[in-house]
Structures are given as structure tokens and as C-alpha cells.
Design a protein. Structure first.
Length: 282
């Protein structure tokens, strides 16, 4: 057996060497022809087309991962941007909603020469955490408390008008009562003529009563009621409600007047707390 193996070995080695030389020669010839006349372009293109699905299959997981990561980042950025724009919209509306009241006030005070103290309002947005499930209590809990400077009696508004006030302050949260609660009363005035009265909650989310207006009081359907500033809880000039009905009852001292809150009390999700302080006239 040893002699047989030794006899095959010299024959195999020259055969492998001749094969290698032939392949090298063929490779050089193909490279020369391709470089000179580009004869292999068609072959390369055919191989490229055949390999394209394989390349797509290999690259698909990487592309999918990149797409998912980019979509997740874009979604987080959009969520942050939406929250920022909502907060800016609330702050802007809170500043703009006093313009109507200030226009009427300017008409009444245009002839006065003495300077008058104005109110500078600092506003902070807070999220509503929960709403009282008791149908006879219109209370809610907001997501900031005494750590953020919140205090009992502090005014709360939204983008459309007055919402309520803080009644119990905790460290991180605060409980508030809505203006529609039957235990709440708010000093208001008719924006058109400055007539002052009290708006009382009825226990109905979309109705306030004005029980202390005389039958001959100058009030009409559609009049805007704004905070009068009396009592020291609510700064003056914020919209409270719009007069809905005015029924003058003969031989009765007071008219039956109801109003619809300016704020959408049953839909509000973010509110604004107001810190008021004096500001010198320029």
C-alpha cells in the first residue's frame, strides 16, 4: 500500500500545478479582455441583478431597525412639541382673554387723568389629575401643590375663562372647587356697563345663577360677566360666564337670571393658576 501511495503522489502534484497555471493564465486573459473591450460588463450586470434580492434580504433587518428607531424618536419629539404648543396656547389665550374687559374699562375710564394701579399676573399651567366622582360635588385635583407656591383660595382659569379656585393645598397636589359647585359664589360684573353682582354655582356643570339682581337691573341676554376683583380671590377682568336667560318677575324684588360658564368645565384637561401682584404704571 505504501508503494501504491508513493506512485500516485508525483502524478497528482504536476496535475495540480498545471491546473493552477491554466487558471492564472485564464484570469489574466479575462482581465486583459475586460480592460480592453469591456466584454464582461454584461456578465457583471447579470450577476448584480441576480444578487440584488440577496442584498436586500441581508440589509432588511438593519433598515427595519433604523426605521423603527427613527420613528420612535420622531414620535417622542412630536409629543414634546405638541405639549409645548398646548402650554403656549393656554398662556397666550389667558393673556388675550382680558382684552375685551380692558377695552370696556378703557371706555369708562378714558376721561380720568389719575393713574390707576394695574395687576400683573403670573400664570402657571397645571394638569388635572382626577375629578371627584360625587355628582353633588364639582371638585378636581391638580398636579402641583405648595412646593410650587400654590395656596388656598388661588384662582384657576383655562383658555376660555374662570374655572374655580384652590380649596385645599397639599405638598405635591391641590384640590380645587369649580365655579359650578353649589357651594361656590363669585363676585362678577357685567362687562358692558360695570354692574356688579354675585354668580352662584347651581350644581349643574353648564349653569350659574345671578340671584341678587333687581328686576330693573341693566342686564341683557348675551352680556359677558367678568371677575370684578372684589373679595381679593380673583383678579379683575377674567371672563366668567355669558348671560343666557333674563326673566323679570312682576312684584318680585329680584329677576331670575342664569348664565353659561365661559370655560368648558366638563372638558378641561389643563388649567392655569394665577399669581397676582401690583405693577406700577409706566
Amino acid at each position: 500500500m505504501g508503494a501504491r501511495g508513493s506512485s500516485n503522489s508525483p502524478t497528482r502534484i504536476p496535475a495540480l500545478g498545471a491546473r493552477a497555471i491554466a487558471l492564472i493564465f485564464l484570469s489574466i486573459l479575462l482581465m486583459y479582455l475586460d480592460h480592453r473591450d469591456n466584454h464582461l460588463d454584461t456578465v457583471r450586470n447579470t450577476i448584480g441583478v441576480a444578487m440584488y434580492p440577496v442584498q436586500l434580504a441581508v440589509d432588511a433587518p438593519v433598515r427595519l431597525f433604523g426605521w423603527v428607531r427613527e420613528a420612535s424618536n420622531n414620535r417622542d419629539e412630536l409629543r414634546l412639541e405638541v405639549n409645548r404648543l398646548k402650554a403656549e396656547r393656554l398662556l397666550t389665550n389667558a393673556r388675550l382673554q382680558r382684552m375685551t374687559a380692558l377695552e370696556a374699562e378703557n371706555d369708562r375710564l378714558r376721561d380720568l387723568l389719575d393713574a390707576r394701579e394695574r395687576v400683573r399676573d403670573v400664570i402657571r399651567v397645571a394638569e388635572i389629575l382626577s375629578v371627584d366622582a360625587d355628582p353633588y360635588k364639582h371638585n378636581l385635583v391638580i398636579g402641583i401643590g405648595s412646593n410650587d407656591g400654590v395656596y388656598d383660595g388661588q384662582a384657576i382659569v383655562d383658555a376660555n375663562g374662570v374655572v374655580g379656585q384652590v380649596i385645599k393645598t397639599g405638598l405635591m397636589t391641590a384640590q380645587a372647587i369649580l365655579i359650578s359647585d353649589s357651594n361656590h359664589a363669585l363676585p362678577v360684573m357685567v362687562n358692558r356697563n360695570g354692574l356688579r353682582t354675585i354668580a352662584v354655582g347651581t350644581g349643574e356643570i353648564d349653569r350659574l345663577d345671578l340671584p341678587f339682581l333687581a328686576n330693573n337691573a341693566d342686564i341683557r341676554q348675551g352680556d359677558l360677566l367678568v371677575t370684578s376683583g372684589l373679595g381679593g380671590r380673583f383678579p379683575a377682568g377674567y371672563p366668567v360666564a355669558v348671560v343666557q336667560t333674563v326673566n323679570r318677575i312682576p312684584q318680585q324684588p329680584f329677576a331670575d337670571v342664569s348664565a353659561t360658564p365661559a370655560a368648558t368645565l366638563d372638558q378641561v384637561r389643563e388649567v392655569m393658576l394665577i399669581w397676582s401682584g401690583p405693577e406700577d404704571e409706566e
